[in-house]
Design a protein around this ligand. Structure first.
Ligand code: SF4
Ligand code: SF4
Length: 341
């Protein structure tokens, strides 16, 4: 009996070890995949460049949006930035009903009915044929590979505004740290030209990459969504252990950091969560203040165009009482707070 128990324990130990090994392999593979997929690609995959941006860092800025994000927050205002590949969307109002795309799609992924053209996303290979064919530009590509020189030319167009307003360029997304080589090159080029550089990040990136990038960044816009790891995972797809660890490390490195909190009534607006957040950041170095970003539904139509489900309907924009309460807590911890910056 005793011998049987020993053998049983040994078998359990081996199985547990194998399982642990498999989990480590699985997660390291995912992580390496996520952060190496564009490492060898010097030209970034973007989904937009916005000029005269007023809410992506200090003063007037150009915001460069990188495509691809390791998180999938259901409240994301830029869902077109989540998928790390190019996508196609259909803009119904532009369609003139010629049906050219139906015949041109090599995968037979398009059908038509009284309500318009429909794309079977399980068949679509994003070959962009329909984008080429459509005479009225009703199929739109989301995401494009751009050369570093082209991005710099776009950034340079508003140099005068940066100089006069104290603004600059913000690299956002998606998650710009998913394309570290291209990001680093753009940061260096902007630095050589004396353009102020901000990076808007989820903080979910390998620490070594973050620190490498930080040497060329004037200001980080760093998101903190919710402090509880389980809730964070439920709402964003990943837990926040690495994000909080990276924030501490970044703070120790001497970086300037503006914290950004997307505020969602019923999810992260409780006194308990806000106190935990404030307590965590008030002890860090380099914190410039906290931006509160009240949740809204403006992006809901984008989810439908992308063929995804919008899960944010049940949640509400925080009211003025909530904003005042949250602001008050952060100020109690000695932190400067701005609304919707
Ligand atoms: S090709 Fe363009 S305009 Fe013609 S049916 Fe297709 S989406 Fe509509
Ligand atoms: S992107 Fe290509 S596969 Fe997808 S619907 Fe258009 S033509 Fe068809």
């Amino acid at each position: 009996m005793y011998r049987y128990d020993i053998v049983k324990l040994e078998i359990i130990f081996i199985i547990n070890t194998l399982q642990l090994y498999t989990i480590i392999l699985l997660y390291s593979d995912i992580f390496c995949y996520l952060f190496s997929m564009t490492t060898n690609n010097p030209s970034p995959l973007l989904f937009s460049i916005k000029r005269y941006a007023l809410h992506d860092g200090p003063n007037i800025r150009t915001t460069v949006f990188f495509k691809g994000c390791p998180l999938s927050c259901f409240w994301c205002h830029n869902p077109e930035g989540i998928n790390p590949k190019a996508e196609v969307i259909f803009v119904k109002d532009k369609c003139i009903g010629c049906r050219e795309c139906l015949h041109g799609c090599p995968e037979s992924a398009l059908t038509v009915d009284d309500t318009g053209i429909h794309r079977d996303f399980s068949r679509c290979t994003t070959c962009l044929e329909c984008v080429e064919i459509c005479p009225s530009l009703a199929h739109e590509a989301v995401g494009y590979q751009s050369g570093i020189n082209e991005v710099m030319a776009e950034i340079e167009k508003d140099r005068l505004f940066y100089e006069q307003s104290g603004g600059g360029v913000t690299f956002s997304g998606g998650e710009p740290l998913m394309q570290p080589q291209a990001l680093l090159e753009l940061l260096k080029r902007c630095g050589e030209r004396g353009i102020h550089r901000a990076v808007d990040t989820t903080g979910f990136a390998p620490t070594a990459i973050l620190l490498d990038i930080a040497k060329h960044v004037d200001l980080f816009l760093y998101d903190i969504k919710v402090m509880d790891a389980e809730l964070h995972k439920r709402y964003t797809g990943v837990d926040n252990t690495l994000i909080l660890k990276n924030l501490k490390v970044l703070s120790e490195s001497g970086a300037k950091i503006q914290i950004r909190v997307p505020l969602l009534a019923g999810i992260n607006d409780s006194d308990h969560n806000i106190r935990l957040t404030a307590d965590f950041i008030c002890n860090l170095k380099g914190i410039q203040g906290v931006d509160l970003l009240p949740y809204h539904h403006f992006a809901s139509h984008k989810y439908l165009k992308l063929g995804g489900e919008y899960r944010g309907e049940q949640y509400h924009t925080p009211d003025s009482q909530c904003l005042a309460r949250v602001t008050h807590i952060f100020k109690d911890f000695g932190l400067q707070v701005r609304l919707g910056a």
